[in-house]
Design a protein around this ligand. Structure first.
Ligand code: 4AD
Ligand code: MG
Length: 459
């Protein structure tokens, strides 16, 4: 239907031409007006069916949800809702079904809750709300690639099957088992790949970062964009077991450059989506697009972890979790900072305590904090987590030993620091959290085609 609308631009040329359209029925009124949609946009195309040319028995097969092809004449519409419509000459039905089944599906034209749509997630692509979200998701993905392409980043793919827990949170999905037998090491300190992959200890990756660092240590600037997996037992509006992450990694970048890149990326995407998905956004946002413009006009507030703790401690707010220097920030604290203290402005919290962050982050000169950064968005909370990486071999090794990490599976990561190590930084952007923010559809499960979360792996 979007194409048909574009035809309007030249409608003098196309008007009264015979054309052919395909789609699914959205409305069918008085056996006369038929609205169809092919998924390309929110706009339905109106078809006029002159009862004279079609018998009733045939028309009975047409119903909401039925798929069909119309051959007819394109004309200017007399109605107010649309500029053009089609006078049907011929109708070919592809998939028809009994009216009584319609009542049992979410195709039925009435207001369904998003939870109800999720229960029939194989059908929800037909609804206005979910098809809008999916079109926006598509454009967001494209804009992310475009942003990095323009900045000369290389898109690389990192493995899904790994042997180690990058984030150290311990919530990984086990794939199979793995066997560390006698491991020969050559003079470069490389371990020969005699590991029995179909033996013990392999997992679904929680992040492509570590391989991303290897790639950036040769290609300069790279990004990954792939699925990641967390067996977290948190069934919340912002957690999935399987989600997509965008992970840029840049050689020669320090934390400050990393922050600038993150802010530019997020603003670029939001700007792109406002430009290319206006109808879908307008439909979802209910006139609330100003929320997005205000992000474009803001400059992300930077605040160190230590200052964040001071602000939280001195506020009159009652928090469920008390904070003191050294504890992790909970989402209530992040919410307070970005929504109340900084008036719905995105914030970047940096320099977190060493002890609450993963092993790979670069130790600051104070010996207590690491060069970490989290980008916090109003309504969503953490949308990006990143850091400058520890590029100094001895520091990294010491930290890995302190944390009792399995050096046998991370020797190659250490070795990146031995042969031409450089300062480098990167971050991970949660794709669904970004979509969730842009669509303003509150549950992350409604921002991915087929959500995976605890106790749910249907469809
Ligand atoms: O903060 P995280 O765990 O960082 C990393 O994985 C780093 N290795 C990234 C890097 O530096 N290359 O995750 C990054 C982002 C979070 O900020 C959040 O947006 C998203 O991934 N995320 C989730 N999204 C949905 N469901 C979950 N369970 C998520 N866990 C993290
Ligand atoms: Mg994080």
């Amino acid at each position: 239907s979007k194409d048909i609308y574009n035809i309007l631009i030249n409608y003098n040329f196309f008007l009264f031409k015979k054309i052919n359209v395909k789609g699914w029925v959205k409305h069918f009124r008085y056996n006369y007006f038929l609205n169809i949609n092919d998924g390309s946009s929110l706009k339905d195309l109106q078809i006029i069916i002159d009862n004279k040319y079609f018998n009733n028995f045939f028309l009975k097969k047409i119903n909401i949800g039925v798929s069909l092809e119309i051959i007819g004449i394109l004309v200017l519409s007399k109605g107010k809702k649309q500029n053009i419509e089609i006078y049907a000459n011929r109708i070919k039905i592809f998939g028809s079904f009994k009216m009584e089944y319609l009542q049992k599906t979410i195709l039925q034209q009435k207001k369904h809750s998003l939870k109800k749509l999720r229960e029939q997630s194989y059908l929800r692509f037909r609804t206005n709300i979910f098809s809008s979200i999916m079109r926006i998701r598509h454009h967001i993905a494209f804009s992310i690639h475009k942003f990095f392409y323009k900045k000369n980043f290389f898109y690389i793919n990192t493995p899904i099957i790994t042997t180690y827990d990058t984030e150290g949170a311990g919530d990984m999905f086990k794939v199979t088992t793995f066997n560390f037998k006698k491991i020969p090491i050559n003079e470069l300190g490389e371990i020969n790949n005699t590991l029995d992959f179909f033996g013990d200890f392999t997992y679904l990756t929680v992040s492509g970062q570590l391989q991303g660092e290897a790639a950036a240590s040769g290609l300069g600037k790279i990004y990954t964009f792939g699925p990641t997996f967390r067996a977290e037992k948190s069934n919340t509006f912002r957690h999935l077991s399987e989600f997509w992450m965008i992970e840029p990694e840049m050689a020669f970048y320090k934390l400050n450059h990393n922050m600038i890149l993150a802010e530019n990326l997020l603003k670029y995407v939001i700007k792109y989506v406002i430009k290319h998905c206006y109808d879908d956004l307008f439909f979802l946002e209910k006139k609330n697009i100003n929320r997005l413009y205000s992000i474009l006009n803001s400059s992300f507030q930077r605040i160190s972890y230590t200052n964040a703790i001071k602000i939280i401690k001195s506020s009159k707010y009652k928090f469920f979790f008390p904070v003191k220097w050294g504890t992790d920030l909970q989402s209530e604290h992040e919410k307070f900072l970005s929504e109340h203290y900084f008036h719905n402005c995105p914030i970047i919290i940096y320099n977190y305590p060493l002890r609450i962050k993963p092993f790979y982050m670069r130790l600051n000169d104070d010996n207590q904090t690491v060069a970490a950064m989290d980008v916090i968005f109003p309504n969503i909370g953490e949308i990006i987590g990143g850091s400058q990486r520890e590029e100094r071999y001895n520091f990294l090794l010491k930290r890995m030993i302190e944390l009792n990490l399995n050096i046998k599976s991370l020797w190659w990561y250490l070795n990146i620091r031995r042969f031409g190590s450089v300062p480098h930084s990167g971050f991970g952007l949660g794709f669904e959290r970004l979509i969730q923010f842009i669509t303003n559809i509150n549950n992350i499960k409604d921002n991915i085609p087929f959500p995976r979360f605890q106790k749910n792996a249907f469809y």
